[in-house]
Design a protein around this ligand. Sequence first.
Ligand code: OMP
Length: 233
Amino acid sequence: MTTLSPYKAEFLKAAIDGGVLKFGNFELKSKRISPYFFNAGDFYRADLLRAISTAYAKAIIEARDQTGLEFDVIFGPAYKGIPLATSTTDKLAALDPDAYSQICYSFDRKEAKDHGEGGNIVGAPLKGKRVLIVDDVITAGTAKRDAIAKIQKEGGTVVGIVVALDRMEKLPAPDGDDSKPMPSAIGEIRKEYNIPIFAILTLDDIIAGMGSFATPDDIRRIEEYRAKYKATD
Ligand code: OMP
């Protein structure tokens, strides 16, 4: 059985205590019915915001130490990515001021502004910058592809993606047959754009760490879901 590192275990506890990670029946964007749902929009209380920004910052520092990840701007796709990017930028500078005092944040507008300063981006300009995307959850990867396209259009280079949760799900089969083995969304994005994707928690981590927080029935249903939808890679 995997043991979570202390910062991951703390983050999982905060997500469950704060009602961000819920157990029940939830319809996903993909139409799959999931026995769990992670809603990053529920990290709105100060102690929870602090818990999530600390977890992102520690995941980024770990990625730097293990893989040499370097970037100039943290980009949070609207809307849920906005508080994640701004609070993580602040937390990184607090944890390691020498390395991170000069990094910037940036996010997109859902609709372009045609007056005042105008444009599609709020925060640091992306032209010529190394950009790290910070987002909530990855399931099918559609939202991440949209963010990459927006950043490239602004002249930035995406150097990686950090998410709070990798659901480890396979892509839907073209003929809709869910029993077929399929690769993961994460694996496809990694290959297509040649960028690393880091997750604070994966579905395997949730199953490993939820024992003391969830009922045996919740655990069984999540294990069944994982067996049905887990990707081949
Ligand atoms: P993509 O994998 O890029 O399509 O993004 C998945 C999106 O689904 C997330 O950005 C959320 O908006 C939403 N989602 C959650 O927030 N939490 C979950 O546990 C599952 C989903 C989802 O619908 O798959």
